[in-house]
Design a protein around this ligand. Structure first.
Ligand code: C2E
Ligand code: CA
Ligand code: CA
Ligand code: CA
Length: 279
């Protein structure tokens, strides 16, 4: 077959691919071992556009690799998805983040906590239990937890995902659609889910810089109109510049997130940052 042809073999042993294969193997092996102890969570503020207050934070995982330093999620999560390690990672994240949110709330800083959920978790059907355990052990009220899903996390088996989300919704947990505008192929499927929030992907704001600013404003306004009709809230992602902020305000977005408004930061930095913003 083509795969065993000489040309492919030469290709396979090119340095880039060999390095990539070695990295995948390292990730798969390490994440099965003690590397989960090396994972850290950074938190990015989500801002209310009407008051400027901090509504909550999104939990973003990083790997504090002993030799390579702090690694972003795209360097290891796709391997973790393939091996299934993303499930214990998310389980750990749910415990860690709900505990953190409960701790902040006890210190007088109630912040809604958003956690990204992967496709694997829906097919393993442990998500409901994992969320329930995390809420019970942390004491965090269910309505302070938001689960963020992308199209791929639902598309594999929409009915199964919908069933689990409906159970979670009945506890009071919120569901957010992540990266809206990047590939939600079926709006009917999307809006059959019990969603409370639509997160508008930053690619829309990036498009505004490519000489289509007028259209972007109109599209943003239309998306926000859609969320109003559905009675759900809207979050603009990737607000990097004052111009982005102006656009998302003009469109009437409820919430926004991005480097201009607040970078992802370690847990210890959050209370001071939030109090500074509020002062
Ligand atoms: P996402 O859920 O869309 O998260 C937002 C990403 O955009 C984060 O990247 C964040 O650091 C980055 N970001 C925030 N503000 C700005 C901005 O103004 N401009 C730009 N260019 N980027 C901004 P990060 O942390 O590298 O995460 C990348 C993706 O990895 C996330 O995209 C999410 O899909 C996934 N991810 C992160 N943490 C987790 C996790 O705990 N579990 C799972 N399943 N996926 C995760
Ligand atoms: Ca997200
Ligand atoms: Ca997103
Ligand atoms: Ca994204």
């Amino acid at each position: 077959a083509a795969k065993s042809s000489g040309r492919d073999r030469v290709h396979l042993f090119s340095p880039g691919l060999r390095e990539a294969a070695r990295w995948r193997l390292e990730v798969a092996t390490r994440l099965r071992g003690d590397a989960i102890d090396q994972l850290v969570v950074h938190y990015q503020p989500v801002i209310r556009l009407d008051t400027g207050e901090v509504d909550g934070v999104e939990a973003l995982v990083r790997w504090q690799h002993p030799e390579r330093g702090l690694l972003p999620p795209d360097t290891f999560l796709s391997v973790a998805e393939e091996t299934g390690q993303v499930i214990p990672i998310t389980r750990w994240l749910l415990r860690e983040t709900t505990r953190k949110a409960a701790e902040w709330a006890a210190d007088g800083l109630p912040l809604r906590m958003s956690v990204n959920v992967s496709a694997r978790h829906f097919s393993a059907e442990t998500l409901v239990r994992d969320v329930r355990v995390a809420l019970r052990d942390s004491g965090l009220p269910a309505d302070q937890l938001v689960l963020e899903l992308t199209e791929t996390s639902v598309a594999e088996d929409p009915t199964r995902a919908e069933d689990q989300l409906t159970v979670l919704r009945s506890f009071g947990v919120r569901v957010a659609i992540d990266d809206f505008g990047t590939g939600w192929s079926s709006l009917a499927q999307l809006f059959s889910l019990p969603i409370g929030t639509l997160k508008i992907d930053r690619s829309l704001l990036t498009a505004a810089e490519r000489a289509v600013a007028g259209e972007t404003g109109a599209v943003l306004t239309a998306i926000v109109g859609l969320t109003r009709t559905l009675g759900i809230s809207s979050v603009a992602e990737g607000v990097e510049t004052p111009e982005h902020l102006r656009m998302v305000r003009a469109a009437g977005c409820d919430l926004a997130q991005g480097w201009l408004l607040g970078q992802p930061m370690p847990a210890e930095a959050i209370p001071g940052w939030v109090r500074g913003i509020r002062a």
